[in-house]
Design a protein around this ligand. Structure first.
Ligand SMILES: C[S@@+](CC[C@H](N)C(=O)[O-])C[C@H]1O[C@@H](n2cnc3c(N)ncnc32)[C@H](O)[C@@H]1O
Length: 243
């Protein structure tokens, strides 16, 4: 990811009726936590019973971990985790995507009902998460993570297409056309695994191989699955732990 990649996206950024959006050949992308598909998911998505919540260890009856979402994108997963009560720091490295996220979050906070749903739990940061995590692993006091101290790191990097274009949701197609594939996702995961956290969770397409070895458990939802890398408890091999 270079400044050139961000510069390439800038001409696609347009404001329409006070909402920032990225426009590609297949359509327009906006961040909307108030209405649309994401707004609906935040209100009726299954709360702590949903697979995402269980994957990060925030299922029913569990405590609510502080989560670093290292691949914020359009912030949908981060917002879901915030609405179930987890403090979330969502990191995005592409400036135009970060601009959409900041715009969507500002509109969400201006809407009383959505602001109450998010409970002040969602913070966003423009940065490269690999660099951030490497710096935190070296010196836990010297980075923006020092004041947040995540217990869980969540990754959902953009993967190469596996289905025919027509079968992929339009939003995903626009995103992939404009933003591209995250070619360095294994480095990001390696940086996350180098940090002293309880678990690292990687969202993967159904049936795909793990990004790196060491998965303790795979949780499957309807269309995606989550690979869990768990810090072993004393005297226990990581592969025995359950999410
Ligand atoms: C598939 S999208 C994430 C979608 C997100 N989970 C959601 O619910 O909207 C992947 C995003 O991660 C970002 N990303 C990938 N690697 C990153 C890194 N090392 N640091 C920060 N952001 C990264 C990409 O720019 C892209 O916007």
């Amino acid at each position: 990811m270079t400044d050139q990649d961000s510069a390439r996206l800038l001409p696609h950024l347009h404001e329409v009726e006070g909402r920032l959006g990225l426009e590609g050949e297949a359509g327009r992308l906006e961040v909307d936590f108030v209405g649309g598909r994401t707004g609906h998911r935040l209100r009726h998505g299954g709360g702590r019973g949903q697979t995402l919540a269980r994957a990060v260890g925030a299922g029913k009856g569990r405590s609510l971990p502080r989560i670093l979402d290292a691949t914020a994108g359009l912030g949908r997963d981060a917002a879901v985790l915030a609405t179930i009560g987890c403090p979330v720091l969502a990191v995005e490295r592409q400036a135009p995507i970060f601009a959409l996220l900041a715009d969507g979050l500002a509109r969400a906070l201006a809407d009383e009902e959505t602001a109450a749903l998010l409970r002040g739990h969602l913070q966003i940061l423009e940065a490269d998460a690999t660099q951030l995590l490497d710096a935190w692993a070296q010196d836990a006091t010297a980075t923006p993570l020092a004041s947040f101290v995540p217990e869980v790191i969540y990754l959902d990097p953009m993967h190469p297409p596996r289905r025919k274009a027509a079968q992929v949701r339009k939003e995903m197609r626009v995103f992939r056309d404009l933003v591209g594939i995250d070619q360095d996702q294994q480095q990001l995961l390696a940086a996350a695994l180098g940090c002293a956290v309880e678990r690292v969770v990687v969202k993967r397409p159904m049936g795909a191989d793990a990004l790196l070895p060491g998965v303790a458990q795979r949780l499957s939802g309807k269309t995606t699955c989550y690979d869990l890398y768990l810090r072993p408890k004393k005297g226990e091999p990581a592969s025995l732990r359950k999410g």
